[in-house]
Design a protein around this ligand. Structure first.
Ligand code: NAP
Ligand code: MG
Length: 509
């Protein structure tokens, strides 16, 4: 797919089973946020390129080679595709680390292996029971009724930069398993692992042309075409709540199915009987994993007054030992944030927190290590004396900034935890599971972890309450978001369909 002898590779668009240059021949560089090194030139699709990809996906869907394939055969092919990806997982992990700025450990031990597990889960589900029983129909009694799940059609899928490989899997795996066709749009910062994924799938030759298309380029150009084009049946989006809102509005023009996985400001509640050995490190993991650049990050930490001093001493000590460094260093806990503009946003939020009256017991700074001078690095920030009404407690910062809120009654902690426009996830830490469950039941969030955080299982649904989104990913719930439901009614008594009408208007002889 590299088109020139330039040592920096050029990546093209993948449309109808072929790599092709964008019509306007425009390419943009993509970088390593750790070192600032340019990694590749990536095609910039315009509206016309996007239309070509949509048409390819439409034609492939309507031809029925994939959508009408026996589910068992689809499952067999998807398993073979996962095998092919697995065989090249270190190559993908390396791209994920270099282009996305995630640490070596996150790429190699988490994102790629977890992505493979999630893809395999959907490969298994591809052989799903497409027919579901219908309870006894009351009228007419002599009828046979069944419900079939069918693919929705052409799916436009737009993904963010924070988990580029995993988000690509979460989108394409359930859509393919259910028999849909796809136009995938990776984030402009991080297209490389998705491009590699498509290259590997292409080489297997297991998908008919047009079933899976990949369009790189600006979301502001590609996005509106995907959302408004009547040939597209569904939009699946992960990213900011602001863009999610725009997508929902645009998709309304043709009443597309929409699933959205948006922002969060997840509460993480420590109960006074928590095991501090796991709760302290768990709270750091909840917030600082990937520098807080996860939609579910536990960035509002509720700590009871009765154990506050001990908890905070341990938390700040442990946080100050987190190792900041290059992504490729296996010892690095915190790598770079994605971009210079994201770094600036984080610094502005830190200043805002100080202006709002919060106390930075750990103040994020740009590291002085010359090795890190060309990357977008910032050390962790922990704010105490945070009021849940402050903007730093309400707005998604998407950086290594933790807001600590002291509480005296659990009921008050729950009330504040729910006082947010978001509802993606939450955490509760306690040695008393019954107590923790009582709290979990009262939290308005799509996932609640008890004594854990960030663990996302292939079999369980993931998605948000309130403005964190619409619909669910993963599990059988995630698969069903890519299906339409058809009810078929068979009249076994063969009564005349128009009986009521004709009997009333023109009585039969
Ligand atoms: P974003 O603007 O929502 O971008 C996410 C994806 O949407 C990217 O592929 C982007 O393409 C595309 N996009 C941008 N504008 C679009 C439009 N008008 N129509 C359709 N698609 C569009 O997110 P961001 O700018 O990367 O990050 C901003 C904030 O979003 C972050 O600070 C964070 O709060 C939040 N965020 C949340 C998640 C999450 O997992 N929930 C992930 C990432 C970011 P381009 O890359 O080409 O712009
Ligand atoms: Mg954006």
């Amino acid at each position: 797919m590299s088109t020139t002898s330039d040592p920096i590779p050029h990546y093209n668009l993948y449309i109808n089973g072929q790599w092709r240059a964008p019509k306007a021949e425009r390419y943009q560089p993509t970088y390593d946020p750790s070192t600032g090194a340019m990694l590749a030139h990536v095609a910039q699709a315009d509206v016309e390129d996007t239309q070509l990809a949509i048409q390819a996906a439409r034609t492939a869907f309507d031809a029925g080679d994939w959508s009408g394939m026996l589910p068992a055969e689809r499952a067999r092919r998807l398993h073979a595709i996962v095998d092919a990806i697995e065989a090249r997982q270190t190559e993908i992990a390396d791209l994920e680390m270099r282009n996305g700025g995630c640490t070596w450990r996150k790429a190699n031990l988490m994102d790629i292996p977890v992505g493979l597990i999630h893809f395999r889960h959907f490969a298994k589900l591809a052989d799903f029971e497409a027919q579901e029983p219908v309870p006894q129909i009351t009228f007419p009694a002599l009828s046979y009724n069944l419900v079939r799940r069918e693919p929705i059609g052409v799916c436009g899928q737009i993904i963010p930069w924070n988990f580029p490989f995993l988000m690509a899997i979460w989108k394409i795996a359930p859509a393919l398993a259910a028999g849909n066709t796809i136009i995938l749009k990776p984030a402009s910062y991080t297209p490389l692992s998705a491009l590699k994924l498509i290259e590997i799938i292409h080489e297997t030759g297991l998908l008919p042309p047009g079933v899976l298309n990949l369009i790189t380029g600006s979301g502001q150009v590609v996005g509106p075409e995907l959302c408004n084009n009547p040939l597209v049946d569904k939009i699946a989006f992960t990213g900011s709540t602001a863009v999610g809102r725009e997508i929902m509005q645009q998709a309304a023009s043709t009443i597309k199915k929409v699933t959205l996985e948006l922002g969060g400001k997840s509460p993480n509640i420590i109960l006074d009987d928590a095991d501090l050995d796991i709760a302290v490190d768990g709270s750091l993991w909840a917030t600082f994993m990937h520098n807080g650049q996860a939609c579910e990050s536990g960035t509002r930490l509720f700590v009871p007054a009765s154990i506050y001093d001990e908890f905070m001493n341990r938390l700040v000590t442990r946080a100050s030992h987190l190792k900041i460094g290059l992504s490729e260093d296996g010892a690095t806990d915190l790598g770079p944030v994605i971009s210079a503009s994201q770094l600036k946003t984080i610094e502005e939020y830190i200043q805002l927190g100080i202006q709002e009256g919060a106390t930075p017991v750990l103040l994020g700074q740009r590291p002085t290590d010359p090795e890190l001078a060309h990357g977008h690095f910032i050390t962790p920030t922990i704010f105490t004396n945070v009021d849940n009404k402050m903007r730093i407690a309400q707005e998604e910062i998407f950086g290594p900034v933790l807001c600590v809120i002291k509480y005296t009654s659990v009921a008050e902690a729950i009330r504040q935890a729910n006082d947010t426009i978001y509802g993606l996830a939450a955490g509760v830490w306690s040695t008393d599971i019954e107590r923790a469950m009582t709290v979990a039941n009262q939290l308005r969030a799509g996932t609640v972890w008890i004594n854990d955080f960030h663990l996302i299982s292939a079999e369980a649904p993931f998605g948000g309450y309130k403005q964190s989104g619409s619909g669910r990913e993963l599990g059988t719930w995630g698969l069903k978001e890519y299906t339409e439901i058809k009810h078929i009614h068979v009249d076994l008594a063969r009564t005349r369909a128009a009986k009521f009408w004709f009997d009333i208007v023109t009585p039969q002889e």
